[in-house]
Design a protein around this ligand. Structure first.
Ligand code: ASP
Length: 359
């Protein structure tokens, strides 16, 4: 596995279409497949092994070769952007990926992008790109729960389905989507909800956007919140200014204020709290966070529950305490949005609450 964010490999290739004549291939949509690693590119010594394996070791050419029929769906331009276990996702790799996606989509030679990714932080990368890609062309993330070497590996079908969605002509203008286990999800809504199951992604409360199965793409609804071209957010580089320090703390029985006080002393710009229930916070932690907010730290109230929304000015009096409510965003996605918002220079509480109410 490559060091997190380090030594990124860029290797481009375009698949030759052995099963098609040149005229047929040139009529197909041109889809860039960007590989970043993960279990989809994982390998274990034993085909029965679905947990003890190394992520991100299979090259993009091998990933594509495992998908029969791909050549009939799209002309593929493949790049290996990285080969990381996505638990080690870094700002540097996020910046590289966002820049590469934007550059490819700006080209008249590319009709859409598919990104293969680890499942662990897929939802964070998807939401980051949803807010920062500047194109109406489709961007689809996919992944796998079983390594490429496993019996019943789920990666090849997920990859075929992701390319099918990207090439369908139906996914443009919908922001970043996640194609996984026959479903299509909006990047804002999707979450990994199982540590092991093949059906590991859901959009809690809201549901998937639709299905992709047997070559058919069936959208049932569209995401309503602004994204991509309609946001002020951009990923420029991996410098500290681009990524204001935002950390996450959790509320639980007997929690102390040690973590919050340490974060404030360390100079963080923002803290997201994964509260209990409807973003409620233990009185000890709430006082520490109110003190942090009074010192100019942006404090966002989310929930550790995993579904539902956090109401502004509910039981926790956000305005009086200086907090922002995350609405339906998970703590991890709230952190992504808060970093991007702080990077635009927005620091005032009401302005940040409008950002959370909008995106
Ligand atoms: N640890 C792996 C990753 O996120 C898990 C996976 O891809 O399913 O890269």
């Amino acid at each position: 596995m490559a060091a997190p964010g380090g030594s990124l490999k860029i290797a481009a290739m375009t698949t030759s279409s052995s099963s098609q004549n040149a005229a047929g291939a040139s009529a197909l949509p041109r889809i860039a497949v960007l590989a970043t690693g993960g279990t989809i590119a994982g390998s274990a010594p034993d085909a029965a092994n679905t947990a003890g394996y190394q992520a991100g070791v299979i090259g993009v050419a091998q990933l594509l070769a495992a998908v029969p029929g791909l050549d009939a769906v799209a002309q593929i331009h493949a790049e290996e952007v990285a080969s990381v276990d996505s638990k080690d996702m870094s700002f540097a790799l996020w910046a590289t990926l966002a820049q590469r996606v934007n550059a490819l989509l700006a080209s008249d030679d590319i009709d859409g992008v598919v990104i293969t990714h680890g499942t662990d932080t897929l939802e964070e990368t998807a939401y980051l790109l949803h807010l920062t890609v500047k194109s109406a062309k489709p961007v689809i993330l996919t992944a796998a729960m079983r390594p490429a070497s496993a019996l019943s590996a789920d990666g090849p079908l997920n990859l075929l389905n992701a390319v099918t969605v990207a090439a369908s002509g139906q996914a443009g203008g919908q922001g970043v989507l996640v194609a996984f286990n026959n479903r299509m999800h909006c990047a804002r809504d999707v979450a990994k909800i199982s540590t092991y199951a093949v059906d590991a992604f859901q959009s809690p409360e809201i549901g998937a956007l639709g299905w992709v199965q047997d070559g058919r793409v069936d959208f049932q609804r569209r995401a309503l919140r602004p994204h991509t071209l309609d946001t002020p957010f951009a990923v420029v580089d991996e410098t500290a200014a681009q990524w204001p320090q935002v950390e996450i703390v959790t509320s639980y029985a007997g929690v102390s204020r040690i973590a919050v006080d340490a974060l404030v002393s360390a100079g963080v710009r923002g803290i997201v709290v994964a509260g209990t229930g409807n973003g409620s916070i233990h009185a000890t932690l709430q006082q520490a966070l109110a003190d942090a907010a009074a010192q100019g730290v942006a404090v966002v109230r989310a929930s550790r529950v995993g579904s539902g929304h956090v109401m502004h000015n509910g039981a926790a009096k956000d305005d009086a305490l200086g907090f922002i409510s995350a609405g339906t965003l998970s703590p991890y996605k709230a952190r992504v949005l808060l970093m991007l918002a702080l990077a635009t220079g927005s620091t005032q509480k009401d302005a940040l609450q409008r950002v959370f109410d909008t995106y």
